[in-house]
Design a protein around this ligand. Sequence first.
Ligand code: NAD
Length: 486
Amino acid sequence: METEPTAQMDCLHVIDGKHVSSHNQKTFVNMNPATEQIIGQVAEGGKTEIDWAVAAAKKAYYGGWKHSKWSERAAILRRIGELILQRKDELAMLESLDTGKPLSLSTAVDIPRAAGSFHYFSNLISTLGTEAYPMEAGALNYVIRKPIGVVGLICPWNLPLLLLSAKLAPCLAMGNTVVIKPAEWTPMTATVLAQICKDAGLPDGVVNIVHGFGKDSAGEALTEHPDVSAIAFTGENHTGKQIMRAAAGNLKRLSFELGGKNPNIIFADCDLDKVVDTTIRSSFINQGEVCLSGSRIYVQRAIYETFLQRFAAKTREQVVGDPLQAHTNIGALISKEHYERVLRYIDLAREEGGTIEAGGSRVKGCEKGYFVEPTIITGVSQDSRVVREEIFGPVVTIQVFDTEEEVIRQANDSHYGLSASIWTSDVSCAFRVAEQIEVGLTWVNTWFLRDPRTPYGGVKESGIGRQGGMYSIDFYSDISTICMKY
Ligand code: NAD
């Protein structure tokens, strides 16, 4: 790796509109995973800092934001979206340095989609109606929405600003105040977003950020805090279980977006060119560090060999390396720990009797940084750990199937249930299979196409609740019925 990082940024907590250090001045190091160079010091918060942030959020809530007009909130959200777009290049660079993802990806996807969430929810609350039920007994029932108070947002590192914005925009839109705990690996864009919120006119204390870790640190303190009404969390299943236990103290409302091991089902009558191109994206985009990755590929026997040959050839063409170069397709994994974990899974595939059809090791020529070749595994059974467990790296398995019934059974044989893709030109088959796959989101002849109005979330252990459109509005508001007799 020759590229030097072009930015250095220290991150403090943002509490009540001010950038503050921890009470004990504790910090941790932020590293660029593509160069292994230190790119900043980050304030390490814990219970004390969470107490400060929750107190600030509570003060801002009762001090005015709770009673703010929807038109005021819509205008601020719109300005936040505009400011994100104005600072797009800077945010995209920070996201790439923090995560190791290609700059081209953060520029094209992460930052515009983050801005899009603020614009979308600004529009949605500007046109929000309500339900009304007149009764023959001479009464009118109508439904209002109230904010729920102080909400904790706990975010992962794979799509830091995009996923934070998808939570923050509806949360603010409904008049709540927030304490954000960004992932410890990716503190930078959240910190800039707090400044953008302030510049857009958001009152101090409405958005607070506490940096730190999860267990026995800022994350856990947030989930245990009695003055926090709800937690919206995206991350691993194991963490979700810990949060659920911690949140039981005051029965917090929970939204969980958790892991996935998503089936990509390819029937023999598909458009193979389109399938190969999209499967490259659904397997390896963002280094495979996407909860929606189609990491279990099932191919019907008649086209299995052809698909494998073409997919493997294209996989070998992927450019892995410097995230700042325009031609790079795949960047660095988030951390040394994660990189070693992904490589261990590839070794495990070999031990489980699998064949590595492409990739299979660290990238040669990249002395520094956590680069893993895009890897295809075949010859493993449905019971093998590489088929069952979320690897969250550029690693996919391919298995063969004969019939619709067989592939439905294989696809559903998982404790995850986030998303699926189905590739076929037979509309009846697409309907039949889509209705039987146990997931929250199914794509037919496409992948990653999202409409912000649609519900998003997982079944089984992939999550609890739905986000998107009115589903987010429901989560971030208390719905009350007023029955008025006349
Ligand atoms: P993670 O669970 O390790 O961490 C996520 C966040 O939780 C971090 O901010 C972390 O500090 C915090 N945390 C950890 N332990 C905690 C605790 N005990 N209490 C409170 N907070 C705690 O997840 P990750 O490694 O950052 O993200 C990868 C995972 O996220 C994958 O499983 C991926 O599938 C999932 N994910 C899901 C979606 C979705 O939409 N379903 C989207 C993106 C990522």
